[in-house]
Write a protein that binds this ligand. Structure first.
Ligand code: ZN
Length: 414
């Protein structure tokens, strides 16, 4: 099966010449080609260039898509989501809007534990049904690769139920799905007075079950005051690494605890949030291979401090952005909206926001050799946008500009 995209008004390749990530000024190099073409065979990109260099014989037997009115770019990689969940939390949103604090919301049974209650009560089938709806909506908005975390079960059976749902979705859905075990998302109510008992449960029962069955590729920990401290985080992640899982950390979201330094030290693939990262944390990341994944939608939705994107980029840290899509702190799966917030509130340029949502986001999942740019040899994940130029995408927010999505060489029409 051959596919040809021709007459592309603007092709944004984010070409990296096989480099894993882009850093510093290179994040602004998005490899834009005007009047371009892309050839695909089976699911892989075989040619990228200008229309003038395209030999017409290469169009023989190809499905030809005319992209005269389109900007074409790589599919979005959403490298941080909690999209398998049950219930919703608009009541908490309304309470917060009315001035209630987190503490008051928690006292009325809100927060992560609210979703945990709903997930424990739901069957695997129900979780999958709801997740499928999100995944197809995300695909319509241009997300072709998504990470999904567990972390609303917080006991053996329900964490495994969530991960089995994620792994089954990965097998049957178009979207490329990467599963992450986040048993250490919060301390469950039954371990409220015995956090170390819960850490032992994760290390002695959950990880030894999950790792050999390949129910997760990554292990993640919410490293935060009142959740899991540096010592808990190091203990869980060290054991996870020995069990063959790659590492992620939720760090420095509410307080500067030093989770960024720990992530660098443990060679985590990504460290996420970083709203309160210190200069030392930035230095530690710059000296490591760890990708900094920023979540603009969370700061926007909770009206919290934003992560220092400029200091990270200028410090040489590879920066990705993701949605953190979840019912509590960011009820949006729109990558373009995250780009808009990154540009307006974090002072990233539109070019940096594109690199952060594609190539660097793929690197945050160890997938940038296959995804995140439009280059020969990579998987043909591309989106066709109905906009006059690429800068228009983050500029005209609140509207879905995706015309068509190409996933592994297949043209999806909505
Ligand atoms: Zn998260």
């Amino acid at each position: 099966m051959k596919l040809a995209l021709i007459n592309i008004k603007q092709l944004v390749t984010v070409a990296s010449q096989r480099r894993r990530v882009k850093t510093g000024a290179d994040m602004r190099e998005i490899g834009m080609v005007e009047n371009a073409a892309v050839l695909v065979e089976e699911s892989v990109i075989t040619w990228v260039g200008n229309m003038e260099q395209l030999s017409m014989s290469s169009l023989n037997e190809a499905d030809v898509v005319d992209c005269t009115n389109n900007v074409v770019m790589p599919g979005f990689v959403d490298s941080h989501t909690h999209l398998v969940f049950a219930g919703s939390r608009e009541e908490e949103f309304a309470m917060r809007s009315g001035g209630a604090t987190y503490q008051q919301i928690a006292e009325r049974g809100g927060g992560i534990i609210n979703t945990v209650r709903n997930v424990r009560a739901a069957s695997k089938k129900e979780l999958m049904k709801k997740a499928r709806r999100w995944l197809s909506a995300m695909l319509r908005h241009g997300t072709t690769v998504a990470e999904i975390k567990s972390g609303y079960g917080l006991d053996m059976d329900n964490e495994v139920k969530m991960l089995e749902a994620i792994v089954e979705l990965a097998k049957e859905e178009m979207t490329t799905i990467v599963p992450t075990f986040l048993g250490a998302h919060a301390v469950p109510p039954e371990y409220k007075e015995n956090k170390s008992g819960y850490v032992r449960l994760i290390i002695e029962r959950m990880l030894p079950y999950i790792a050999p069955r390949k129910l997760a590729e990554f292990c993640d920990v919410f490293c935060e005051r009142g959740y899991f401290d540096l010592q808990d985080t190091e203990e869980i992640l060290t054991f996870a690494k020995q069990s063959g899982l790659a590492l992620k950390v939720h760090a420095e979201e509410l307080t500067p605890l030093g989770g960024a330094q720990l992530a660098a030290q443990l060679n985590a693939v990504s460290v996420d949030h970083l709203e309160h990262i210190t200069d030392n944390g930035i230095q530690a990341l710059a000296d490591s291979q760890t990708v900094a994944t920023l979540l603009p939608g969370v700061s926007f939705f909770l009206n919290h401090q934003y992560a220092p994107a400029r200091a990270l980029i200028e410090g040489g840290v590879p920066v990705a952005i993701a949605t953190d899509f979840n019912p509590g702190s960011c009820m949006s799966y729109s990558m373009p909206l995250m780009m808009t917030i990154a540009c307006t509130h974090m002072k990233m340029t539109p070019e940096e926001a594109i690199t952060a949502s594609t190539l660097n986001a793929a690197a945050a999942l160890s997938r940038s050799q296959e995804y995140g740019s439009i280059e020969v040899g990579k998987k043909a994940d591309m989106i066709l946008l109905n906009i006059p130029n690429y800068k228009f995408l983050a500029y005209h927010f609140g509207e879905n500009h995706v015309d068509r999505v190409i996933k592994h060489g297949v043209v999806l029409e909505f």
